[in-house]
Write a protein of this length. Structure first.
Length: 300
């Protein structure tokens, strides 16, 4: 029997003492943003194309980049019973999908039902990561679906094991129908503290697409709120293998925007908004920006 390994038991005490880090070098706030239009991902935007507000105040951007910073990505697989056929299709496409990443990116792999388990820690050997994903289909599927607790555990893992100079993201593969395990705000706070983006491939079973799902209730949870507040996106993956590769490509094409942290009490919550300037909106009609909605001021 495997032991929970996403630090839920072993490292929780250690991680509780970690300070949030949202900086490049010494003191810059970093916000990752995805810009897409009806025609697809928008490439080649410049610093002056973005308008970033921190607690409602426009910020002077110091630096921006696209597809430059290395990525730490944790692949998180729902292994409740209904997910087995879908995960098999994802695993078959793993080698092709991971080719969207570049040298220096690191992958970790974990799975969850009512508990979270780390299958492989961060590794920059993408073939080994693909081999680990292929092994997910050999796991024992079953149990409940504690999605938010699993995402929270993954964010804890980032706080302890990820380099703060790397972009950070979780990609969860799930049918997004879970039982209540944590408050959404607690998970969002943890994600902001760990500077992690959440994206999801929503993979419905044949039965779920044929029949209406039960209405959400007090014991129901999904990832949509956390995804929206961390600046991620979800895709309904009718073709999970293709969607896997496309999601990695979109993650790699995000922009990193940097500005000086405003004055404030360390550890205090800040609200962030990112949009295109009026000129850029005219040039890229219909473009939409996805970025996290907040962060916590780092401690010195």
């Amino acid at each position: 029997m495997r032991k929970p390994a996403l630090l839920a038991l072993i490292l929780a005490a250690v991680l509780g003492a970690q300070d949030p880090v949202f900086r490049s070098g010494v003191s810059l706030v970093r916000v990752d943003a995805q810009v897409s239009s009806p025609a697809g991902i928008v490439d080649g935007l410049r610093l002056e194309d973005f308008l970033v507000k921190d607690n409602g105040q426009p910020q002077t951007l110091r630096y921006s980049s696209q597809d430059e910073d290395p990525l730490d990505l944790l692949l998180l697989f729902d292994i409740s019973e209904s997910m087995r056929p879908s995960i098999r299709r994802v695993a078959a496409a793993a080698h092709t999908a991971l080719s969207e990443l570049r040298k220096g990116d690191r992958i970790a792999v974990a799975d969850f039902n009512t508990d979270s388990y780390l299958m492989a820690g961060f590794n920059d050997h993408l073939k080994e990561a693909a081999d680990t994903v292929a092994r997910v289909v050999d796991l024992r599927f079953g149990g409940g679906t504690h999605i938010l607790a699993a995402v929270n555990d993954a964010a804890k893992y980032f706080a302890k094991n990820s380099d703060p100079h790397r972009r950070r993201a979780i990609l969860v593969f799930t049918d997004d129908e879970g039982q209540f395990s944590m408050r959404e705000k607690s998970v969002v706070d943890r994600m902001w503290q760990s500077d992690v983006l959440l994206c999801g491939l929503i993979i419905r079973s044949h039965e779920q697409t044929q029949f209406a799902s039960p209405l959400p209730g007090p014991n129901y949870e999904d990832i949509l709120g956390v995804v929206e507040k961390t600046g991620g996106e979800t895709v309904d993956a009718d073709d999970p293998g293709h969607a896997f590769r496309e999601m990695l490509r979109r993650m790699r094409k995000r922009y990193s925007l940097y500005y000086n942290p405003p004055p404030g009490k360390p550890g205090s919550e800040r609200k962030v908004s990112v949009e295109l300037t009026a000129e850029a909106k005219l040039k890229y009609a219909g473009a939409q920006v996805l970025a996290r909605k907040g962060y916590f001021l780092p401690h010195p």
